[in-house]
Structures are given as structure tokens and as C-alpha cells.
Design a binder for this molecule. Structure first.
Ligand code: PLP
Length: 427
């Protein structure tokens, strides 16, 4: 799926090229099942001897078309859609780690992913070590164990906005014979293509910028095809030894660069069924067609808002990796020279009460738990997602009481700044 087309062109035209007289837009194949002339024909599909569709819990043509577009955007070898970003990160890790295994993850990740790893997957017998993304190479190398199967991090973390040094993490992962998995949700492939820096597998919550319109929850996994599973066959028996539930197929030898995604589809989709609906995939594709245009505006608006906030005396602090002076400015410039994302966080002087009053006074910017939407929205974690915590606990969790997370949409930044200014003036 590697191509020389520019990302803008892939956003619009990737994944689907209609033939003569065929629909211009990706057709929604709203069918759970597919018809065959003989049982032998269908049997070959079940044996993975031929490729084709038989039941939409495993694969659907609309979903595959949209996955192929995201695959080309990331410069990957194979991809699959999932029902959500949560399902994508679960499948991406569980596809290569099992009970008794260990995974290293950055501490600075989405709260839902942290819960998946630290609570739910732990119950399944998979242990996680969480490591500061700013750790030294020595600290990172020291976290590996003989049963470590993967390393995980986010390009730009939600909500902390830390930027991961992808090359540092890739180098350590490869030195220990395991792949690096990157959740690229906030940067999107428009702003960062982690495979170019050594990442092996990329995941997305397509619910965010890719859909971009708050229409459909979804996820995606892309495999670069670069990780040599057979070279580390002892670590990855699921890919490198025969699968009894598929007539003794060995994924890594039979499917080459498609092995990881084929295994995730054949085993995990079959057994867990976290399928994206064809209708949702269609909405996702509409979002992808304008992703390159929207990301530019999200980043411009976020930078303008961050610059405004930095100068306002009612603001205690501003965190945006695209802002000169930010701790991650240099890493952001290296990995995302065209911009990071549209999310800015800041503190309102006067703490929790002032932040709450400020948000109540906003008119254009809506209060939502969502981020990465065409419409600007904001959240006060201390009174919403983290409301059970006291002030000390909030600080320990990296979300002080004064923190407002603002997701800049694609409106005109002057109107966003006017809304913020009017709300600050009520304080
Ligand atoms: C939202 C999000 C997820 C979870 O995705 P859902 O589509 O909500 O399941 C995972 N990772 C990141 C970085 C996210 O922002």
C-alpha cells in the first residue's frame, strides 16, 4: 500500500478507484452475509485459502475500502477497522501478548487506554510497566523483561499533550526484539507518520479528527509490515507457529507483511466481534476526505488561541506543544513540522471555581467530553471526568483543578478568542 502520492491526494482518493460506470462514492455494502455458488467456494474462504467475504463480523467490503485508505495514509502494509479506538488498542496489544506476558507503555496516554491496560488486561494476566515518556534510554531499556512483547505510546498524548520521542522508543523496542505500537489519534497521519520514525504498528481512535464531525465512533489498526516476526519466533508463537483454530496455518509464513492484521481479523474479530458498521465506515470516509484541510485549520486555531492565552493575565499557564517555549516544542518540530493538533490546555487563575465560572460563560465553545471535532469544545476535568478526586489527587493525576482542556475546531479563530475573552471578563 506504499505510494508516492501526497497525503492530501490519499485523503481524498485513497482506497477506492471506481471502474467504468461504478459509483463515484464508496458504496455502503449493508450486508451481513455474502452468497456463494458452492460449499467448496465458501470452504476455501474459511480455510483462508482464498480471500473474499462471507460474514461482516470478520470483514466487510466498505470497511476494507476505508481501512485501505488509512493504510495508504500511514504508509502501511495492511490495516483493519475496529468498532472503536478502545477496540483498536485492545486488539493491537492482545494480538501479540497473552496471559503471562508483559508490555511497556508510556504513562502519558489516554485515560481509557490506561484503564484497559492497568485494570482489564491485567485481569487477563498481561502485566504493564508504565514509564515516563521523558525517561532516559537507560531507564527505558531497564524496563524490559524476557516476557516483554511490545512497547506502546501516543504521538501526542490525550490529554497531557506530551510528545513522544518515537525514535527513542523504537530503538529500545527493536533492541529487545519487540514492536513499537503508536496511538496516532491526535496527530493523524496528516501531521505525523510514525512508521517513518521506526514505529511498527499504528492505532487510531477514528472517532476524533479522522471522522471529525462527531458522527461515528470507530478505530483502526495499521501494520507497517516491517517487523520481522519470524526473526523473534520464540517471542511470538501466535504468529510463528501453526494456528489450530485455522487448520494449522502459520500466519507469519503464509501471509508475510499481512500476517499481523490477518491474525487479528481471523482470531480477534472472529471471537470478539468489535466490528465497525459499513455505515460508520462511510461516515469515517467522508471525514477523511477533508482531514488534510481540517488539520491545518485546527492547528492554526490552536496556535492563535494559545498565543492569546499566554498573554492574558487571567491565565495561569498554557500547554500547547506548538507554542515556542513549550517543553515539547523541539520534539514536536521534529516529528510534526506542520503542526501537532487542535487541543490546548490551560489554567485559569483562581483555580477550580474560576475555571467552572469561565466555562459557564462560554457561548460558542461547548462543554463536551469529546475532542478533535469540527466544532470547538472544552472540558473541565476536575468537575467532569475526574470529579471524584480531591485537589491533591487531581495534581497527582496531572489534571490540576484549574485545568481547562480546549479542543479548537475549524471556526475562525477570532470568534474563538472573542468567546474566550468575553468569558474571562466575567471573572
Ligand atoms: C478517544 C481516544 C481513544 C479511545 O477511542 P474511542 O474511539 O473513544 O474508543 C484512544 N486513544 C486516544 C488517544 C483517544 O483520544
Amino acid at each position: 500500500m506504499k505510494s508516492n502520492r501526497k497525503i492530501e491526494t490519499v485523503c481524498v482518493q485513497g482506497g477506492y478507484t471506481p471502474g467504468n460506470g461504478e459509483p463515484r462514492q464508496v458504496p455502503i455494502i449493508q450486508s451481513t452475509t455474502f452468497k456463494y455458488n458452492t460449499s467448496e467456494d465458501m470452504g476455501k474462504l474459511f480455510d483462508l485459502e482464498a480471500s473474499g467475504y462471507f460474514y461482516s463480523r470478520l470483514q466487510n467490503p466498505t470497511c476494507d475500502t476505508v481501512a485501505a485508505k488509512i493504510c495508504e495514509m500511514e504508509g502501511g502494509a495492511a490495516a483493519m477497522l475496529t468498532s472503536s479506538g478502545q477496540a483498536a488498542n485492545f486488539f493491537a496489544t492482545f494480538n501479540i501478548a497473552t496471559c503471562g506476558d508483559h508490555i511497556i507503555s508510556s504513562t502519558s496516554i489516554y485515560g481509557g487506554t490506561y484503564n484497559l491496560f492497568a485494570v482489564t488486561m491485567k485481569k487477563m494476566g498481561i502485566e504493564f510497566t508504565f514509564i515516563d515518556p521523558d525517561c532516559t534510554e537507560e531507564e527505558l531499556n531497564a524496563a524490559f523483561r524476557p516476557n516483554t512483547k511490545a512497547v506502546f505510546g501516543e504521538t501526542v498524548a490525550n490529554p497531557a499533550l506530551t510528545v513522544l520521542d518515537i525514535e527513542k522508543f523504537a530503538k529500545a523496542a527493536h533492541a529487545h526484539g519487540v514492536p513499537l505500537i503508536i496511538d496516532n489519534t491526535f496527530a493523524t497521519p496528516v501531521n505525523c507518520r510514525p512508521f517513518e520514525f521506526g514505529a511498527d504498528i499504528v492505532t487510531h481512535s477514528t472517532t476524533k479528527y479522522m471522522d471529525g464531525h462527531g458522527s461515528a465512533v470507530g478505530g483502526c489498526i495499521v501494520d507497517s509490515g516491517n517487523f520481522d516476526w519470524m526473526a523473534h519466533a520464540d517471542k511470538f508463537p501466535g504468529l510463528c507457529t501453526p494456528d489450530d483454530s485455522y487448520h494449522g496455518i502459520t500466519y507469519a509464513t503464509k501471509f508475510g507483511k499481512g500476517a499481523y492484521i490477518t491474525k487479528a481479523t481471523a482470531q480477534l474479530m472472529r471471537d470478539f466481534g468489535c466490528t465497525q458498521s459499513p455505515q460508520s465506515a462511510y461516515y469515517l470516509n467522508l471525514g477523511l476526505e477533508s482531514l488534510h484541510v481540517r488539520m491545518e485549520r485546527h492547528c492554526l486555531n490552536a496556535l492563535k488561541v494559545a498565543e492569546y492565552l499566554e498573554k492574558n493575565e487571567k491565565i495561569a499557564w498554557v500547554n500547547y506543544p506548538g507554542l515556542p517555549g513549550n517543553k515539547y516544542y523541539d520534539l514536536a518540530a521534529k516529528y510534526m513540522p506542520n503542526g501537532t493538533c487542535g487541543v490546548v490546555s490551560f489554567g485559569v487563575k483562581g483555580g477550580r471555581a474560576a475555571a467552572e465560572k469561565f466555562m459557564k460563560a462560554l457561548r460558542l465553545i461547548a462543554i463536551e467530553t469529546h475532542v478533535a471535532d469540527a466544532r470547538s469544545c472544552c472540558l473541565h476535568p476536575a468537575s467532569a471526568t475526574h470529579r471524584q478526586m480531591n485537589d491533591e489527587e487531581l495534581i497527582a493525576a496531572g489534571v490540576p483543578g484549574d485545568l481547562v482542556r480546549l479542543s479548537c475546531g475549524i471556526e475562525h479563530y477570532a470568534d474563538l478568542i472573542a468567546d474566550i475573552e468575553a468569558a474571562l471578563n466575567t471573572l
